[in-house]
Design a protein around this ligand. Structure first.
Ligand code: BJW
Length: 239
């Protein structure tokens, strides 16, 4: 290990207040497709239009079919060394928070506890009419109905134009504002507000780090950038 990675490890060894933001790249080595890029879900399946409230309104059956397909795919996936390394960092660093954009549940499956899923979860559903919301691990029909009022359920994820999971943004802003180190891992940094978290950290004097397979629009603005596979890089930070 050398260079930037060595410096990031030294920062973490100081056990400062650390906030980590993760994206789809962290789950790529578990077999979960990313959204953008060469092998991205949205390139292969032209599904960007499905993760939208208006798509669900006009074609709910198609959108549910897409989410049920992903639920099935992700159910077979296991956490990889990147997820496990983040559990270990949480154990080593007393003041640690993991904010994930991922909806696959793999951080929780690996054992992360100080965790916020800012874009919701594939394993949550909620009613389109009443306040009913629940965890749903079991296979669902293509048009699942609310057990309380009979209206259509929807996936418990955050689509474009929708606010983040309740309370998450406030906690994120508060914690990032008080962090000493902010690390963005496996995200293309193209979706707001997550893509701007580094700026918030920087404005409050935190050291900012990017770990990603390839450069992102934020790379040049980060204090440190390490490019490669999260599953290979993150375990290096825990030893
Ligand atoms: C590896 C790797 C390996 C691969 N190791 N790396 C300001 C300006 C402009 C627009 C906006 C703005 N503020 C808000 C918006 C609108 C919008 C937005 O950002 N649009 C952009 C397209 C410009 N944002 C929103 O609408 C958000 N809501 C909001 O801001 O609400 C405000 C509001 C307040 C009050 C009332 C109403 C509204 C919500 C955003 C929701 C995003 N939802 C999705 C879908 C979730 C459900 C689902 O999964 O189906 O979330 S979109 C999708 O993108 C998903 C992801 O979480 C998100 C981010 O993707 P991510 O994780 O970065 O993945 P990729 O694929 O893009 O990148 C993976 C990276 O990993 C790549 O770089 C690879 O190289 C790398 N990689 N293998 C390390 N092994």
């Amino acid at each position: 290990m050398f260079g930037e990675l060595e410096m990031v490890k030294a920062l973490l060894d100081e056990r400062k207040r650390v906030v980590v933001l993760t994206g789809a790249g962290v789950s790529a080595e578990s077999g979960v497709p990313t959204f953008r890029g060469q092998d991205g879900l949205w390139k292969s399946f032209h599904t960007q239009d499905l993760a939208r409230p208006d798509a669900f309104e006009s074609r709910p059956e198609l959108v549910w079919e897409f989410y049920n397909w992903r639920r099935q795919l992700v159910a077979e996936c296991e956490p990889n060394p990147a997820h496990h390394a983040l559990v270990e960092l949480e154990r080593q660093i007393p003041n640690f928070l993991l904010i994930t954009q991922n909806v696959d549940g793999l951080h929780a499956k690996a054992g992360s506890k100080k965790l916020m899923e800012m874009h919701g979860s594939l394993w949550q559903v909620r009613c389109t009419k009443c306040t009913h919301a629940r965890e749903a691990r079991e296979p669902l029909p293509d048009m699942p109905e609310c057990p309380v009022c009979g209206h259509l359920l929807r996936p418990g994820v955050v689509w474009f134009g929708e606010p983040l999971v309740a309370g998450v943004l406030k906690v994120a802003i508060d914690q990032i504002g008080r962090s000493d180190v902010f690390i963005s891992i496996g995200t293309s940094n193209q979706v707001q507000p997550a893509a701007s978290f580094y700026q918030l950290a920087k404005d409050h004097g935190a050291v900012t780090v990017e770990i990603n397979l390839e450069p992102t629009p934020n790379t040049g603005l980060m204090d440190f950038a390490v490019h490669g596979k999260a599953g290979e890089i993150l375990p290096e930070l825990t030893t």
